[in-house]
Write a protein that binds this ligand. Structure first.
Ligand code: ATP
Length: 248
């Protein structure tokens, strides 16, 4: 019945520990098959929002204390990461956290664990899709992930998430610390993933890149949504041009 799920974050509050307020009444929608950018300065709460959706907030001593998060018919607030992955929602954490001591292939297989027990063929299929997207990884299947370049590690982190065949991918600052050429490559990859039917919620400091990819965008400021709208319209507003696109 639920062929075209969308993500609905509805007026959530998030706190860390007992009292640190990180998000206040934040609402956001990612339509089925869409690309949505989430912009904001350091500490605005972008990562916190992704954690709330992917069920990883509790690992950081955080909690959703008000509001709701739904993906299609599935309630995601208060659930764990396994529930989110089962629903088709997978997060790529910031800082391209790969298992440095494991090979490329072993890293990818950790992303497909949920698939593996049921059908090895599914894992092979998922891996073939990842290698088609990232030929560099296919050439390095037996290399330790820690020996890859920064850009290759980011690709591996994305590839590992794709092993779970997400319908919604949560991407946390994929361009961080990468050379411009690699940033352009990551942008192409996001387009390609989206064109294959996966929706993307993209957290970025690189507002120019994010707005060029996204259909719509939200700007977070100290835990609250300040601006939202169509990406091309937001890119033309004075506030976004000055604060996030570095124009004067
Ligand atoms: P960045 O780009 O630096 O990751 P961000 O917009 O993703 O910034 P968050 O990491 O979500 O911001 O942080 C939002 C607020 O929550 C900040 O004030 C941060 O200090 C606080 N915070 C984040 N994680 C924790 C935690 N585990 N415990 C306590 N406070 C936290």
């Amino acid at each position: 019945p639920d062929e075209e799920p969308a993500l609905h974050v509805d007026a959530i509050d998030v706190i860390y520990g007992r009292a640190v307020s990180a998000l206040r009444s934040v609402s956001l929608t990612v339509p089925h098959g869409g690309v949505v950018a989430l912009l904001g300065a350091n500490g605005a709460g972008k990562t916190t929002l992704l954690r709330a959706v992917s069920g990883t907030l509790r690992l950081h001593r955080g909690a959703v204390t008000a509001g709701r998060i739904r993906y299609g018919a599935t309630e995601l607030d208060g659930r764990d990461p396994v529930a989110a992955v089962r629903a088709g929602v997978v997060q790529v954490p910031e800082g391209r956290r790969v298992f440095a001591g494991l090979t490329v292939d072993e890293n990818l297989r950790t992303g497909g664990l949920g698939l593996g027990r049921r059908a090895p063929a599914l894992v092979r299929e998922a891996r073939d899709r990842v290698f088609a997207l990232f030929p560099r990884l296919a050439e390095r299947t037996h290399q330790a992930a820690g020996l890859l370049s920064g850009g290759e590690q980011q690709m591996l982190a994305i590839g590992r998430a794709l092993m779970a065949a997400p319908r919604l991918l949560l991407l946390d600052e994929p361009s961080l610390g990468l050379a411009p050429q690699m940033v352009a490559r990551i942008a192409d990859v996001v387009k390609e993933i989206n064109s294959q039917g996966t929706a993307v919620l993209l957290v970025e400091q690189n507002a120019g890149m994010a707005l060029s990819l996204a259909d719509s965008a939200y700007v977070l400021e100290v835990g609250e949504i300040r601006l939202s709208g169509a990406a091309d319209e937001l890119a033309r507003t004075d506030a976004v041009r000055r604060l996030y696109l570095g124009e004067t």
